[in-house]
Design a protein around this ligand. Structure first.
Ligand SMILES: Cc1cc2nc3c(=O)[nH]c(=O)nc-3n(C[C@H](O)[C@H](O)[C@H](O)COP(=O)(O)OP(=O)(O)OC[C@H]3O[C@@H](n4cnc5c(N)ncnc54)[C@H](O)[C@@H]3O)c2cc1C
Length: 477
């Protein structure tokens, strides 16, 4: 006996066409983002190449013709490349929308951080090599040469102070040191990097060849300095202040979700114009007596409905604990929206969302805002007990509405096993693959404590997921 498959109905064919179109759209958006990323990366390499080309065009090659000038030549090159990369670091931290939309704020900051040490080494090499190179020319040892520079050469004393500030900024940013410092102390020291850049500027006019009149280098460096400092001023100061004034956000309600966890809803003018997406975050400042001086990043916990924005916060420290006593009517200013922990980073139609504890906030919001067909999504929630699965009812309702599978794993992890699963799930042989069988063809969104997130990422990679499929929101920069 033979059997034939039933012919597809018109409705089924239409559904398939819509699904294919959506897949094509997602792929197109992803390819466009990749191309933008490649272009931006190329610009960074290109900027270093331009710096070297301008140095050579302005006669830099002569330093490498005799042995006695080589040290000075390398010293100048390290200074030029170091300054170029330092300005690129500023641009990466400026929260320029195209950079945020392409890489995400966290990745831009990761590259910013990665550049910190190399930039410091280049600037230190610049200083040391010039002390040696100029010292050889003048018959002085490097220390005597440094003293001569500080005392007799215009703007060199402040250039040395600038290097000192740069050392302080990089050292306080080293992971091991930063863990011991409060965020506020680190932030204030970090602001000194602007001081370092401004103090280093005059010696580049009077001593260096970066701004020599009548050269192309002058125009290149002026454009880079003005571009970097203007980006910071525009995107980190002017736009946030203007946007906060325009939208005039006020706290409209503060609802207790669980002990130590509150949802704060804010209403304001013309919220749609912010074009915020579920899964994005803002840096919020609440204008209450004991809070206004302290801004914190919190993700949206609901997709914006055009009238209000909502965050859900757990009291993980002094700043977040103060939100429990927030009063309706409080004025709110903000920076954002930021981040691509949203539909914008999807590479395929299917999605798996894994959230733990307060990490549910962006997961719930992205689930709400995502364009998902029935059975395309799986949501996995983790909590050490049932109370720890915040926003549970809302997430459950959303899963029903979207026909998404929902798995909840509560309880502590098994002793002595390095896993993100609960002891119960682990003993039953559950894994990412059993919980979400479609995971290999899905985008995976993860948010939870950092060590826990790392374990989910590890398991996803073991299953063969590629980096571009894995999107992790970490609640620390
Ligand atoms: C992108 C992002 C989204 C977040 N979303 C949420 C959320 O939806 N719900 C939630 O409860 N928490 C969220 N957090 C975490 C929240 O911002 C921190 O818990 C809060 O800032 C801690 O501040 P604190 O004063 O309570 O604790 P502290 O004891 O002062 O700090 C605890 C930790 O938070 C870091 N931190 C403090 N202030 C800042 C800051 N302004 N920027 C960056 N890191 C800081 C500190 O380095 C430290 O590691 C998010 C964090 C980030 C980076």
């Amino acid at each position: 006996m033979t059997s034939t498959a039933p012919l597809p109905t018109k409705a089924a064919t239409r559904r398939n066409n819509v699904a294919t179109q959506r897949e094509t759209q997602i792929k197109k958006r992803y390819t466009a983002r990749l191309r933008r990323g490649d272009l931006l990366e190329t610009i960074v390499y290109f900027s270093v190449a331009i710096v070297l080309a301008l140095f050579l065009a302005d006669g830099g090659a002569t330093y490498f013709l005799s042995l006695k000038d080589v040290t000075t030549g390398i010293g100048i090159v390290t200074g030029l490349v170091g300054s170029d990369l330092m300005l690129i670091m500023l641009i990466l931290a400026a929260r320029i929308p195209v950079i945020d939309r392409t890489f995400g704020h966290d990745k831009a900051l990761a590259v910013h951080r990665k550049l910190g040490k190399p930039v410091l080494y280049l600037i230190l090499a610049h200083m040391f090599l010039l002390m040696v190179g100029y010292g050889i020319a003048q018959g002085l040892n490097p220390i005597a040469e440094a003293i001569d520079m500080i005392v007799n050469q215009q703007d060199m004393s402040i250039a040395f102070i600038a290097t000192g500030l740069l050392i302080a900024v990089v050292v306080t940013s080293l992971v091991i040191v930063r863990r011991k410092l409060s965020y506020e102390f680190w932030y204030i020291v970090h602001l000194l990097s602007y001081g370092a850049i401004l103090l280093a500027l005059p010696h580049q006019f009077t001593q260096g060849m970066m701004f020599a009149e009548g050269t192309w280098a002058r125009w290149y460096w002026m454009a880079l300095y003005v571009g970097a400092l203007a980006s910071i001023t525009i995107f980190r100061v002017i736009i946030p202040v203007a946007s906060s004034l325009r939208h005039d956000l006020r706290v409209s309600s503060v609802d207790i979700e669980a002990p130590g966890v509150v949802s704060v809803t804010m209403t304001g003018r013309d919220i749609n114009a912010l074009r915020a997406q579920g899964g994005q975050f803002f840096t919020w400042r609440f204008w209450a007596p004991n809070m206004w001086w302290d801004a914190h990043p919190y993700s949206l916990s609901a997709h914006p409905d055009g009238r209000s924005l909502r965050i859900t916060v757990r009291d993980l420290g002094k700043g977040s604990a103060r939100l429990l006593s927030l009063k309706p009517g409080t004025r709110v200013s903000f920076e954002g929206p930021y981040g691509i922990f949203t539909d914008a980073s999807r590479t395929t139609k299917k999605a798996v969302f894994v959230g733990a504890g307060i990490g549910i906030t962006p997961i719930r919001a992205i689930l709400e805002s995502s364009d998902l067909d029935p059975l395309e999504a799986t949501v996995i929630l983790r909590g050490s007990d049932a109370q720890d699965v915040y926003l549970w009812q809302e997430t459950y309702d959303l899963c029903v509405e979207k026909s998404a599978s929902l798995r909840v794993l509560v309880g502590h992890r098994p002793k002595g096993v390095n896993t993100w699963l609960s002891a119960e799930a682990y003993s039953k042989g559950e894994s990412l693959l059993t919980l979400a069988p479609q995971i290999k063809n899905s985008d995976l969104y993860i948010c939870g404590p950092t060590p826990w997130t790392d374990l989910v990422v590890r398991d996803a990679k073991r299953l063969g997921l590629h980096d571009h499929q894995i999107h992790a929101e970490r609640f620390d920069f």
